[in-house]
Write a protein that binds this ligand. Sequence first.
Ligand code: AMP
Length: 122
Amino acid sequence: MLYDSQNIFAKILRREIPCTPIFENDHVLAFADIHPKAPVHILIIPKGAYINAHDFYAQASADEIVEFHKAIAVIIEKHDLQKTGFRLIANTGVNGGQEVPHYHVHLLGGKYLGPIISDPHA
Ligand code: AMP
């Protein structure tokens, strides 16, 4: 599978469409989700062209991987989420329900988030 450079997060990285930025460094951009599912709903993305979690962890450099996770810790602390708890989600591929084919982690918090997944048969 090839990386689609026209995906919406690639456009955000190129500043072709706006976002509400939360954090940025050489390797990482974080911004508010446009349809928040919790009081805190932040998308954290690597700046490199990686399709999903597997692509990122298999192909990215050690620096990119470390910086990505260090950024997550900084953003968690910026919102005090380490005190109350939070959820990190990386939807991947068809079964994971991934909509945007640029690797991203959802950081959700600010309320009790319920069970880990909804029952698709409920
Ligand atoms: P996923 O299903 O994991 O691929 O999630 C994609 C997420 O991107 C969804 O939660 C969308 O609300 C969010 N999203 C889509 N377009 C934008 C945008 N332009 N700015 C911020 N978030 C977006």
